[in-house]
Design a binder for this molecule. Structure first.
Ligand SMILES: Nc1ncnc2c1ncn2[C@@H]1O[C@H](COP(=O)(O)OP(=O)(O)OP(=O)(O)O)[C@@H](O)[C@H]1O
Length: 796
């Protein structure tokens, strides 16, 4: 049966039709039914089109016959019944597995063909929001030469999604293989069930896949002859498998948080770990989880997950998956199956992935949606041995409070929530809770140990965090609090500074700063989605390779931005604080705070996207004059703890003001003004469209006519404050196509011209043509000022 390409609803129709298909014989009404677990059913794949972008995240469809969904009217619990015998189910499952493998091979072949085709054609069109919005239309277009001449594929995210899908399916098949070892009648040969090492063909296709995965930072494992001496890890008592893996990753020695936390976790303790950004916290809990898997799980029949890792953002969850996979894939054994639960795949599919998972990584909202949908998952999750709360202060504060609370509640509930479930031992006796972040309130440990004030209203973020930490039900009376960097929350290789400018000139100074740092991978933080939407085209108009990332973007576009930012040296990511936590993107050299961070911990985490793993980097705040005092206080507060810890008598930390040649900045103004005008016009038009759509929908609901002009005229009288801004918006909105074209041409002319800097004949470029000269220091010193001139003394 062919499935229409149109939309998700169509997929449901297919499923429905399938049920009514007279060709599928209905089971006899008197046939004896027996209960089955949903994961044991012989699901069959339904053919899908080659390109999936029309399906809005609908990645696959599978069907099942002769299964009745039975809801218990008293408890509301759902169970599944079939008339098929165990043998029939097993046979159909094997058939379905064969079909799945075949489909997978076809898909891989199609992807390889697409990739070959993409590598051969295309022309650079720049990054643009429109491209993101029309993502589906551009996917098949071909490879895109960058301004530096390198070809990049525009099918990246699709490949990433296929890759995740394939990895998931493959891991499931591996897992099935493992589980089947105990059942000789259906067991595949050990060769089939072993990992990719024994399947050269699959290995090479996976290698292709990993190139496209933004989060496979560690996946390019060096070859065997390229290993590091790992004797520095010896005293942690790790297995030879883990040591092998660390050697392949070339992690010669543990970081301080790893040295302190790993032995405690392996000794069975609850741990609250604090260490500066980029200091290896992921493996501090990842290694003990792998050790536990290696020690006890390989031969067990229990299919409950071993560990649940909760992350505040989807990007971070996918990155955790990549880091853990990289760690595990270096071991020469069957690796644990790690499932990410973050949206993208259907809930139904995720539920089935969960049934096979050894380790689960997810965001609270989707996790709760999946776990709470029943079918034995609650019982299974109650058995986890490790609960990891990563970026804990973020997770345990606003926003995630409700779902995380619900998850913790069900994990700890002692009652029997599922019919027929085995009684579970009291969870608190068997589960270790591991809580990690770079920022924690300093009095937390004492308060957790009951020395601080108890009860009271949950008035602020800090108190609610303490309350929720109590809800975590640590198994130890006093969880071990490890502070690996008591003297500083900031990475040692980080340089900090601020640039002062008029509030209305932030765009100009941002542009100037980026030109002062040509070809550096830079991350710009703003406090609003609207600012990301405006600044990205502003920079793109100026020929800078800007990408955006914010929570209003579709997941696919979010992943693609991170992926492109990761793989393109010198690219610029304009983001909200969704990118502030945890993201481990190598080679980020510059952080710019276009908007000031709202809190000290946000400053720490934003700045922590650079200078990771002992590298160096800069963090620069762009401040209006009235913001400077507040910023100095905030940064001093971040550094104050270091001074307390070292009992230093130094005066409060004073963030330096960077020196920027304002004459040069002023010469960039005509470019920035034109670009801003263009960007404002585009965003005002977009805003108008969406406002009109909203008003029209509201009017329709009220049963009245909507005419935007009449509405505006009537609204005029009501306008008071902010009317100047509204007027500007109106002008921008009403700019004609011709006017915009003229502006673009004018800007193009300016970008091609030299910026006259007086003495020197050299010129400042738009970021493309003369960058090599700038990088070699041929241009910087005289008119851009070297980094020293910006106030960063290299020896400091
Ligand atoms: N022992 C080690 N030796 C060298 N590099 C390591 C080691 N452990 C981890 N790394 C690398 O250091 C980088 C930062 O690690 P990770 O992302 O775990 O930092 P983090 O402490 O969780 O940071 P954040 O607080 O920003 O989330 C990663 O690229 C990781 O691969």
């Amino acid at each position: 049966m062919k499935r229409p390409r149109s939309d998700r609803k169509a997929a449901h129709k297919v499923q429905k039709r399938q049920k009514l298909d007279p060709a599928s014989p209905a089971p006899p009404s008197n046939a004896k039914r027996r209960k089955v677990r949903i994961g044991d059913l012989p699901w069959k794949g339904v053919p899908m089109p080659d390109r999936l972008e029309d399906f809005e995240g609908f990645y696959g469809l599978e069907e099942i016959e002769d299964v009745e969904v039975v809801r218990d009217s008293a408890t509301g619990q759902i169970s599944f019944e079939t008339t098929k015998s165990e043998a029939e189910v097993a046979r159909e499952k094997e058939e379905a597995k064969g079909a799945e493998a075949e489909a997978l091979r076809e898909l891989e072949e199609a992807l390889r063909e697409d990739q070959d085709a993409e590598d051969g054609e295309g022309s650079w069109e720049g990054f643009s929001e429109e491209e993101e919005a029309q993502d589906g239309k551009t996917q098949g277009k071909g490879a895109q030469p960058r301004s530096d001449g390198r070809l990049v594929s525009n099918g990246d995210v699709e490949d990433l999604e296929h890759a995740q899908e394939r990895e998931a399916v493959e891991a499931v098949s591996n897992k099935k293989g493992k589980a089947d070892k105990a059942k000789p009648e259906v067991a595949p040969t050990s060769k089939q069930s072993k990992n990719t090492k024994e399947k050269p063909q699959e290995k090479s296709s996976n290698a292709d896949i990993s190139e496209n995965n933004a989060f496979d930072i560690l996946a390019d494992l060096p070859s065997d002859d390229d290993e590091a001496d790992v004797s520095a890890w010896n005293e942690l008592g790790l297995s030879t498998e883990t040591l092998d893996s660390l050697s392949k990753l070339k992690f010669a020695r543990p970081t301080p948080i790893q040295s302190s936390a790993i032995p405690e976790i392996m000794a069975g303790r609850d741990v609250i770990g604090k260490a500066s950004t980029g200091s290896g916290k992921t493996l501090a809990f990842g290694i003990p989880i792998l050790e536990s898997y290696l020690a006890s799980r390989r031969n067990t029949e229990d299919r409950s997950p071993l560990a649940l890792i909760i992350s505040p953002t989807r990007e971070l969850a996918h990155q955790l998956l990549a880091h853990l996979n990289a760690l595990c894939s270096g071991c020469d054994v069957d690796t644990p199956f790690i499932a990410t639960i973050t949206g993208g795949l259907s809930v139904q599919k995720q539920r089935r992935l969960l049934e096979k998972a050894d380790i689960v990584v997810g965001t609270p909202g989707r996790l709760w949606e999946v776990i709470s949908s029943g079918q034995g998952l609650v019982v299974s999750f109650k058995k986890i041995r490790f609960l990891v709360v990563d970026e804990a202060d973020r997770l345990l504060s606003q926003g995630h409070y409700k779902e995380l609370g619900e998850i913790l509640n069900v994990l700890d509930r002692d009652d029997q929530v599922e019919e027929g479930a085995e009684p579970t031992p009291a969870p608190e006796t068997q589960r270790q809770t591991l809580v990690f972040s770079a920022t924690f309130h300093k009095g937390l440990q004492q308060k957790l140990a009951g020395k601080g004030p108890k009860g009271g209203d949950l008035m602020n973020k800090q108190e609610s965090m303490e309350y929720l930490l109590k809800k975590l039900r640590f198994k130890d009376e006093k969880p071990k609090f490890i502070d690996a960097n008591p003297t500083s929350q900031m990475a040692t290789g980080l340089r900090e500074g601020l640039i002062e400018c008029a509030g209305t000139e932030k765009d100009l100074y941002l542009y100037a700063l980026l030109l002062f740092h040509p070809k550096k991978r830079s991350l710009i933080f703003t406090n609003s989605v609207a600012a990301v939407r405006r600044l990205t085209p502003f920079l793109q108009n100026l020929d800078l390779p800007a990408l955006s990332l914010h929570s209003g973007m579709p997941q696919k576009a979010r992943l693609r931005s991170v992926e492109r930012f990761t793989e393109r040296p010198g690219s610029i990511l304009v983001a909200t604080d969704v990118a502030a936590r945890g993201l481990d993107i190598p080679g980020v050299e510059l952080i710019i705070h276009y908007h000031l961070p709202r809190a000290a911990d946000t400053y720490v985490h934003r700045s922590g996207r650079t200078a990771r793993a002992e590298s160096s980097g800069s963090s620069i705040l762009i401040c209006a004059p009235e913001e400077v005092a507040g910023v100095r206080r905030l940064v001093a507060k971040v550094h104050a703890r270091a001074e307390q810890a070292t009992k230093s008598k130094k005066t409060a930390y004073f963030i330096r003001t960077l020196d920027i040649d304002r004459r040069i900045v002023s010469r960039l103004k005509p470019r920035a003004t034109l670009s801003k005008k263009l960007a404002d016009a585009v965003s005002a038009k977009e805003k108008n469209h969406s406002e009109n759509d909203w008003m029209r929908a509201a009017a329709e609901e009220l049963g009245v006519d909507y005419d935007s002009e009449t509405f505006e005229n009537e609204a005029k009288g009501r306008r008071g404050r902010g009317s100047g801004r509204k007027k500007k918006e109106k002008e921008a909105r009403e700019m004609t196509k011709g006017e915009m074209q003229a502006l673009r041409a004018e800007l193009k002319g300016l970008l091609a011209q030299r910026v006259n800097v007086g003495v020197s004949e050299r010129y400042l470029t738009s970021g493309g043509i003369d960058v090599d000269a700038l990088m070699n220091g041929e241009g910087n010193v005289e008119f851009l000022g070297n980094m020293g001139a910006l106030g960063f003394d290299e020896d400091a």
